[in-house]
Design a protein around this ligand. Structure first.
Ligand code: FES
Ligand code: FES
Length: 137
């Protein structure tokens, strides 16, 4: 099976590997496992309280090369996005970008689930406030 250059690049030089302080209010953490293979992915976002944009994204993936590449790409895409924009990231976009083969599609699903998990955690911590309600409070 031939893997794409982009996939191999993200696998060999993963971007944004690391950890953010999960106790910070503006940090959301998503931790997900793939039932298909037991791989585990943790993805974290840090949201600027003023601009509401994701300023930092980090991941740690214990899993296959496609899962590592998917999460690496996801962190690149997350930076600079609003939470709403980040919610729109679809695993099939990752599949396309990395040219993942069919047996590796669930690896990209893991990345989408980790993004959604991180956003859910962030929103739970912040009561999904709008910019207006923060200004008013
Ligand atoms: Fe072996 Fe994912 S199935 S690392
Ligand atoms: Fe299971 Fe990639 S996450 S093989």
């Amino acid at each position: 099976m031939a893997y794409s250059e982009k996939l191999l690049d993200h696998f060999k030089n993963p971007r944004n590997v690391g950890t953010l302080d999960k106790n910070k209010t503006n940090v959301g953490t998503g931790l997900v496992g793939a039932p298909e293979c037991g791989d585990v992915m943790r993805l974290q976002i840090e949201v600027d309280p003023v601009t509401k944009k994701i300023t930092e994204a980090k991941f740690k993936t214990f899993g296959c090369g496609s899962a590592i590449a998917s999460s690496s790409l996801a962190t690149e895409w997350l930076k600079g996005k609003t939470v709403d924009e980040a919610l729109a990231i679809d695993n099939m976009a990752i599949v396309e970008e990395l040219a993942l083969p069919p047996v590796k599609i669930h690896c990209s699903v893991l990345a989408e689930d980790a993004i959604k998990g991180a956003i859910k955690d962030y929103q739970a911590k912040n009561g999904v406030q709008t910019a207006e309600s923060i200004v008013a409070s």
